[in-house]
Design a protein around this ligand. Structure first.
Ligand SMILES: [Zn+2]
Length: 116
């Protein structure tokens, strides 16, 4: 399956919607992975509930960021949570590549470290 959309934004949106459904499609045109990298590493696919939560947070986060661009003193809790989740997905992805490395993502509630 190929991603639809003649703009980057549309392709990202289509990729996200398919990913929530469980169809992980690598964005060939922009060379971007799904949030959890499951398009390239299928075993990294997050459970449906987590995918749905991420989708909701990122939709709300997009709206917050539009407001934040006008007034950057406002809080953006959903955007921050979505990015925290991305940090967690990144940790899992890096862990897959080298499980002996310790990973710490600043600001992430999904911090993970290992003692060798
Ligand atoms: Zn990929």
């Amino acid at each position: 399956m190929k991603l639809k959309g003649n703009t980057y934004k549309k392709r990202v949106k289509h990729q996200l919607i398919e990913w929530v459904k469980g169809n992980s499609i690598h964005n060939e045109k922009d060379n971007e992975c799904c949030p959890d990298f499951s398009c390239c590493k299928p075993n990294l696919l997050q459970p449906e509930e987590i995918r749905k939560t991420f989708y909701t947070l990122s939709e709300l986060g997009d709206k917050e960021m539009k407001e934040w661009e006008k007034d950057n003193s406002i809080e953006t809790p959903n955007y921050d949570k979505a990015h925290s989740m991305l940090g967690g997905f990144l940790c899992s992805g890096l862990d897959e590549i080298d499980p002996n490395k310790s990973i710490h993502v600043v600001g992430s509630s999904f911090n993970k470290s290992k003692l060798n």
